[in-house]
Design a protein around this ligand. Sequence first.
Ligand code: Z5A
Length: 211
Amino acid sequence: MATRGRFITLEGLEGVGKTTNREHIHSLLADKNIDVLVTREPGGTELGEQLRHLLLHASTAVCAESELLMMAASRKQHTVEVIEPALRKGLWVLCDRYVDASFAYQGGGRELGAETVASVHELLSIDIKPDLTFLLDMPIADGLKRMAERGKPDKIEKEALAFFERARAAYLQRAQAQPARIKVVDASRALNDVQQQVQNELQAFLARCHG
Ligand code: Z5A
């Protein structure tokens, strides 16, 4: 039987560099001959991509509670259809956002609270935890500036600053509560410096995996 793979996630607000660093991590792991499945949330399955469209791009109204349930439905499908089977086969899974995003955006940003988010995940038995999470953190205004330079914002990116302040606070609170898993990276620095820290944390993680 193959050794179970590892599950790595990237988290943070918009424009902090998740995609950029995801590619960096992927190539560092490929250099070590580790087979990686790269995926994202919401999305990663046919159902998830349809929910992503409804959540981020369609004009359909979605209230906070429905948003949480749709994120969780996308996650459940993604977990059973893609993530768990890949891990069982021994692949490493590198995922752009997972459960921490719901605690940040729906629990914090939408003010549904961590208990509500936790109980939805419990109800759906979404109980796998990432082995390592990079939380890319930077002042909100800077991230939004990067996104504005990139073009048309999606529905969530149009939220007020206070929404993102609450989401950031919820992310940082989770990182403080789970320091062994969630590594906070100051994403406001030059890309080389950010990538160096990511590489150092990844190397430490690989050493723990082999230790
Ligand atoms: N959401 C939710 O509410 N609840 C949930 O449970 C889940 C998600 C799972 C998904 O968006 C949305 O869904 C998201 C949360 C919500 N909210 N919104 N909107 P997404 O994850 O698909 O996309 P995003 O958050 O908007 O991120 P992004 O567009 O993919 O940005 P990014 O990946 O973090 O950044 P990037 O594309 O790598 O970099 C942005 C630009 O900055 C780019 O031009 C880079 O070249 C540049 N960059 C990157 N790093 C640097 C440094 N260090 N210096 C200078 N420039 C840099």
